[in-house]
Write a protein that binds this ligand. Structure first.
Ligand code: SF4
Length: 221
């Protein structure tokens, strides 16, 4: 099943992971300069907009939750997370995609059936590109989680083919996104041919959704 993300929903924004390649922080600064809330008030500091918990959703919609922050960051009050999960439960015919770099926190909540628990895991190797838990910690947490799952390998970082594909196999995600850095951040990236070998391995057991794969299938978006 392929479901395009048609809508984002940001009741909680802001993030303290400080990834070196963060595009959301740049957008938040731009929106703040334009006077757009909540960024004009809080910048990229974590905040909850109560009004957005009253959003309405359509049957069959696929909604990306909190693409301007990390809802499951350690700094986010549990009450905020619970409020978002309660809202998701009220719309059982809509599918909500959660995405975090701190998936260990998923284990502390009862996730709604209509939510897919996603984690960004850029490689099997632990790179020091942010304050988020290392990739190996995220892999362990996602392996323990019993729920609908997906993995975002974006921006992809150089990896060990056998170790990475087996780690993803243990997680058993419904689908995997793979894409390169779009912002020329100078990341340690794998060659496209190596990435395509990973794609073939993953396709043996899950659906792979390609995003930006450099010269192999297209150009940067
Ligand atoms: S987790 Fe996402 S929003 Fe947070 S700093 Fe990293 S790239 Fe930015």
């Amino acid at each position: 099943m392929f479901v395009e993300v048609k809508r984002t929903w940001n009741p909680v924004v802001g993030c303290l992971h400080e990834c070196s390649y963060c595009w959301a922080r740049i957008i938040a600064r731009r929106l703040a300069r334009m006077g757009i809330k909540p960024y004009a008030d809080t910048g990229f500091q974590p905040s909850l907009t109560h009004e957005r918990l009253k959003a309405r959703f359509r049957e069959g919609e696929f909604v990306f939750v909190c693409d301007m922050g990390d809802l499951f960051g350690e700094w986010v009050p549990s009450m905020w997370i619970q409020s978002v999960l309660d809202t998701i439960r009220r719309w059982p015919k809509t599918t909500f995609l959660l995405l975090t770099k701190n998936p260990g926190r998923y284990l502390k909540f009862e996730l709604p059936e209509n939510a897919i628990a996603g984690a960004t895991i850029e490689s099997n190797r632990d790179y020091q590109l942010s304050k988020a838990p290392p990739q190996s910690t995220r892999i362990k947490a996602m392996s323990r989680l019993k729920h609908r799952k997906m993995i975002s390998i974006e921006p992809i970082l150089d990896f060990d083919l056998d170790e990475f594909s087996e780690a993803i196999r243990r997680i058993m995600p419904e689908f995997v996104y793979i894409g390169y850095d779009n912002y020329n951040c100078g990341l340690p990236e794998p060659e496209p041919e190596k990435t395509m070998r990973l794609v073939e391995r993953l396709q043996e057991f899950t659906e792979v959704r390609l995003k930006t794969i450099k010269a192999v299938v297209g150009s940067h978006r």
